[in-house]
Ligand binder design. Sequence first.
Ligand code: PLP
Length: 440
Amino acid sequence: MTASRNTQTPAVRFSQRAGRTHEPPISWLMKYALDHPDCISLAAGFVDAATLPVQIVKECVDELMASPASGRAALQYGTTIGYPPLRRQIAQRLADSDGMTAASHGFDADHVMVTTGSQQLLFLASDVLLDPGDIVVLGAPSYFVYMGILQSMGAVVRSVPVDGDGMDMEALADTLAAIEAEGKLDRLKLIYVVSYYQNPMGVSMSADRRPHVVELAKKYSAKAGRRIFVLEDAAYKELRFSDDSPALPPIKKFDPTNEWVLFAGTFCKPFSAGMKTGFGILPDAILDPVLRQKGNHDFGSANLNQMVISRAIERGSYDQHVRKVRAGYAAKKQVMADGIRRYFPPQTKWHDPAGGLYIWAELPESVCTSPGSPYFKAALERGVLYVPSEHFYYPDSGSPACRSGMRLSFGVASPEQVADGIKRLGQLACEMLKTPAAAK
Ligand SMILES: Cc1ncc(COP(=O)(O)O)c(C=O)c1O
């Protein structure tokens, strides 16, 4: 028997932050995909289930549980900042892969904090810096879950366009100058950049733009008389398709004193999303405040997961796995790119990514791709889901939203599904262009 609700019970008065926190724009798309298993979802940004490292994790867990002492250590709480061997491995790996040393870059394991996914680092870093009304600059389009954090914190967002080389540097410089001219520099706290194979466009910030971001942060910090940080979100860094082209240095590399760049990384994309383990490499000035806030959140991410990842790295199986994952995504990306070339209208603007999980395609403006548009509805009828481009633009942030584009993910779908889904979406766009009235 269910108790009947007392109509006299007063309504809940939520916090202002809860009032500013909305459902993510694509949660209904995810639900639709679950409710319609026959539908080809090119919408979800999930990693490919077929690549998940079941055997490696089993072996690592078996090793950890082989003795009561190591088993108990793994099953106990850890520290807030994270498992020391994993923190050392993280610092060493970033340094080794990108030609940095602790001496040259002012960071070591002491500056590494393990978090519950890199999402938690994005949240905590923003939480310790932002009061309502504080300003964050980011690219348009941008990662919408981070935009959700900013909205909930009451931040003011100023966006600058992203092109095939990442954030447009002239537009960034203009935006910072405009904030200064408006007398609001003291409210500017962060420049947020997804530096590798960005979500949603799949593009990376080019090598020559990277030092420039740090220079701008320093220049305007000096004018503001307080520090403006660069928040480098490198969630897709390890998903580079090929070693043929030189690896891009992290923006962090251009911060040799470890004062300006907060680096966020993750094991979720290259290894296991379900282990939900990420990390931050942080300047001294912000490390303790973020750590205290993490203490309030969860006083430490899952110790068992950290030990498993550390062991996989130590055994070499982590790197072997990442090589396989990269090859798998490279192959699926190729299927998607070939399909776009073959079936999408020739006027389509898109970038061929060198890593990550996404391709961004902009159809001619006459084809609206928004939710509820004829194109979107017809795509659903033909059994294909994509994420409409307009979801990736922060409202009223200075950059007009593209309404004729889509984010297409080759993460979860099989190569056959990718090929089929792209063919259906491309043919549909061509049909709509032939009958323009139908596309409105
Ligand atoms: C750009 C970007 N940053 C951060 C994250 C967070 O990833 P996680 O918390 O799983 O490490 C994601 C997840 O999709 C992302 O796309």
